[in-house]
Design a protein around this ligand. Structure first.
Ligand code: AMP
Length: 292
């Protein structure tokens, strides 16, 4: 894999554009199978660049920026067999060059994770905007695991007229349903078992929806019951997609979203469901579903 460390080397990407729609998969590294599925998806569109950058501006004070796992060599070994065309792995100085400008996120950023992590989505949007400007992808593939992040990025792309098509790839899970995450490596054995309760909470709520329950408060209580074995629930909510407002009744496109502490890790997970009179089905965040 060609590794690009500086912005001047990015000119080399222009040769790739002739081969099809350039696809970007932004990551913070410490890659796992979830990331690799995003990369395989991106490859179906055209030449693919993976960015690996632990973005300092999206971490708050006291969060795990310093502890966040970094291992470029093993990331490159995982990407090698996938036919990735380039990896962009800048240093923080190369990326930011000292600039203090930030993208101001829109209304979708104010709730859920945005309520407890002030500045987080501003940091995410700033780095994503920079990646879009530096790499000029036609396609960008994100994980539905970070559903709010997808919707906040979509809000920026629409409002600021970025010429990129967004794809939300389904969440990749362990056998017990736990969403894969670079932060799962913080979990000791007992934490790892209890971490499964996020998925149990989501499936409990989905089960009630399938039985016809449409009261958001009852669905929230069902999630809270399953989450009792975590070390603290930050939120367990039902929201409308894409606005992330609280619906009076649980119908239409819904985001069931959880953030909870398990041992040393703050874990998030969600389900995106389309709910009408009698059908409950998992659905994409972005309307066209991203079929190439
Ligand atoms: P991160 O390295 O955690 O910033 O994640 C990079 C990208 O991978 C983001 O778009 C995430 O949503 C996505 N991602 C992380 N974990 C998963 C997963 N388990 N399934 C699908 N996508 C994921």
């Amino acid at each position: 894999v060609q590794v690009i460390r500086t912005r001047t080397e990015l000119d080399g990407l222009d040769a790739l554009r002739a081969d099809g729609a350039l696809a970007l998969v932004p990551t913070m590294g410490a890659l796992h199978e979830g990331h690799l599925q995003l990369v395989r998806r991106a490859r179906t569109f055209g030449p693919t660049v993976v960015s690996i950058f632990v973005n300092p501006t999206q971490f708050g004070p006291g969060e795990d920026y310093d502890a966040y796992p970094r291992d470029l060599d093993s990331d490159l070994a995982l990407l090698e067999p996938l036919g990735v065309d380039a990896v962009f792995a800048p240093t923080p100085d190369e990326m930011y060059r000292g600039g203090g400008v930030r993208v101001a996120p829109g209304p979708r950023s104010k709730v859920l994770c945005g309520a407890s992590r002030p500045g987080h989505f501003g940091g995410v949007l700033t780095v994503v905007a920079k990646l879009f400007n530096l790499l000029r992808p036609e396609i960008a593939v994100f994980g539905r695991k970070d559903a709010q992040q997808c919707l906040v990025i979509d809000e920026m792309v629409t409002t600021l007229d970025f010429a990129v098509r967004l794809i939300d790839h389904p969440t990749v899970r362990e056998a017990d349903g736990l969403a894969m995450s670079s932060r799962n490596r913080y979990l000791a054995a007992d934490d790892r078992r209890r971490a499964g309760s996020l998925w149990r909470a989501l499936t409990a709520a989905r089960g009630l929806l399938e039985q016809g329950e449409r009261d958001p408060a009852r669905l929230r209580r069902a999630m809270a019951r399953e989450l009792a074995e975590t070390d603290g629930v930050e939120y367990a909510e039902i929201r409308s997609v894409p606005e992330l407002t609280s619906p009076a009744r649980a119908t239409g496109r819904l985001l069931l979203a959880i953030a909870a502490q398990v041992g040393p890790a703050r874990l998030i997970d969600n389900l995106v469901l389309g709910v009408d009179a009698d059908i409950v089905a998992e659905t994409a965040l972005f309307a066209d579903g991203g079929t190439p």
